[in-house]
Design a protein around this ligand. Structure first.
Ligand code: HEM
Length: 140
């Protein structure tokens, strides 16, 4: 099943590439942090924040509003509904934590920001690994 000629698997592949690309930004921001450049860490992560939420919003608009059936059918065909559930158990909390990162960083709530940051890193790693390796992007 397709949406505007784009099959579900193709959309998933594009999202995998996007998640890997923004992860490079996240790693760079942690490098800046390790060098003591808090400002650069913040700038890079603001870009990371906007791009990540834009991708999520785009996916949600397609998956829930424009073509609600294509992903359900895709995951059923691949028998991957459980893989999706595992992925969501990381990605949904990761999104929730992400929303608090820019404000706590900009307000210098350092202990809270670093604590949430470490939690976010664990959840993001889970999101990345389960998303890239478990979710099927082939179009059957
Ligand atoms: C393990 C992950 C992270 C750690 C350990 C971390 C750590 C830090 C630290 C130590 C600061 C300086 C705070 C201060 O000046 O008191 C900071 C600032 C900041 N962080 Fe993070 N952070 C992490 C992830 C993130 C993420 C994911 C975002 C946004 C999506 C983010 C956005 C910011 C921003 C906007 C600032 C303010 C920079 C400025 O003052 O110009 N951080 N972070």
């Amino acid at each position: 099943m397709e949406w505007n000629g784009l099959a579900a698997g193709t959309i998933i592949l594009i999202l995998k590439i996007a998640v890997v690309a923004v992860s490079v930004l996240l790693v760079l921001s942690l490098g800046a942090l390790a060098c003591g450049n808090f400002r650069l860490h913040g700038r890079i992560n603001l870009v990371f924040f906007v791009l990540t939420l834009a991708a999520l919003l785009g996916l949600e608009i397609v998956a829930r509003l424009l073509a609600p059936d294509i992903f359900a059918e895709h995951f059923e065909k691949h028998q991957a509904t459980n893989a999706l559930r595992v992925h969501l158990s990381f990605s949904l909390p990761a999104t929730g934590v992400l929303l608090f990162m820019p404000l706590t960083g900009l307000r210098h709530r350092r202990r809270l920001h670093v604590g949430l940051g470490l939690l976010f890193l664990v959840l993001w790693t889970g999101t990345l690994v389960t998303g890239v390796f478990f979710l099927p992007h082939e179009n059957l």
